[in-house]
Write a protein that binds this ligand. Structure first.
Ligand code: 6GU
Length: 248
């Protein structure tokens, strides 16, 4: 997978060279290019922002550097799958979740646009849509200073899904929010010792009875999800949860 990140703070993306994503880059599973938006300015001060039309606080990112940058990265319109997909980070975007991570992990090339200040001039996204597929993406309902932290999050969530990046692919299917887990929260997990500071590992986990263990885990996952994140329970699973809660 090819990743192009456009930012005013290229150093912000350096942590991607560490750990699991770093290894994926070294191995060639991921090609990461970080671009400084100021490379597409032409004035002495490398200006990327200006005051908002209509007034108001703060500064707005001017469209020209973004336009030239996107033209350089994607010289020909390419809307087909296989062409790049542009992710523009903005608090008013589609909420990033595991479904979107799974979707993005299937792409050959992602371009990640990190806005700063009060945002990017509103003409940039419509222009980009004339040339490629575009998603405006938000991490959640809170405000960050820019898209860079969001880019780190999205890249980590996507790259770990690429074939060969995680040692044991079974762990991907088992975890919270994964499709293999019906997008429920994960059941509690335990390791040795069996008793620790008066707290015991649930007996069923020593039983060796795979069916019972799977049923227990499923019940705990449903229970936890109903308690903490009822919004994640699909409507057709509410009956199943009622049964799990009654058993508990
Ligand atoms: Cl993607 N950008 C900014 N600036 N703030 C955010 C966000 C993104 N997601 C949540 N808050």
């Amino acid at each position: 997978m090819q990743l192009d990140v456009v930012t005013l703070f290229p150093d912000y993306l350096e942590p991607l060279r560490l750990s699991l994503v770093g290894r994926a880059i070294e191995r060639g599973t991921v090609r990461l290019a970080v671009h400084d938006l100021r490379d597409w300015t032409h004035d002495r001060h490398r200006t990327v922002d200006d005051t908002p039309y209509g007034g108001g606080a703060g500064m707005v990112m001017r469209p020209e550097p973004w336009g030239e940058c996107l033209d350089t990265l994607v010289p020909e319109p390419a809307h087909d799958t296989g062409g790049p997909r542009l992710v523009v980070f903005t608090p008013s975007g589609r909420r990033f979740d595991q479904r979107l991570a799974d979707e993005l992990a299937g792409e050959d090339r992602l371009i990640l646009a990190c806005g700063r200040y009060e945002g990017i001039d509103a003409r940039v996204v419509p222009y980009a849509r004339t040339r490629m597929r575009v998603d405006e993406v938000s991490l959640g309902d809170y405000v960050l200073n820019g898209g860079e932290a969001a880019a780190l999050v999205v890249i980590e969530a996507v790259v770990r899904l690429l074939p060969g990046v995680i040692g044991n692919p079974e762990s991907l299917a088992e975890e919270s929010h994964s499709a293999g887990h019906d997008h429920l929260l994960e059941y509690p997990i335990y390791t040795k010792p069996p008793s620790w500071r008066g707290l015991d590992v649930p007996e069923v986990l020593f039983s060796g009875h795979h069916g019972q263990i799977a049923a227990w885990r499923r019940d705990r996952a449903l229970e936890l999800t109903a308690e903490r994140r009822p919004d994640l329970l699909p409507d057709d699973r509410r009956g199943e949860f009622a049964i799990a809660a009654a058993v508990a």
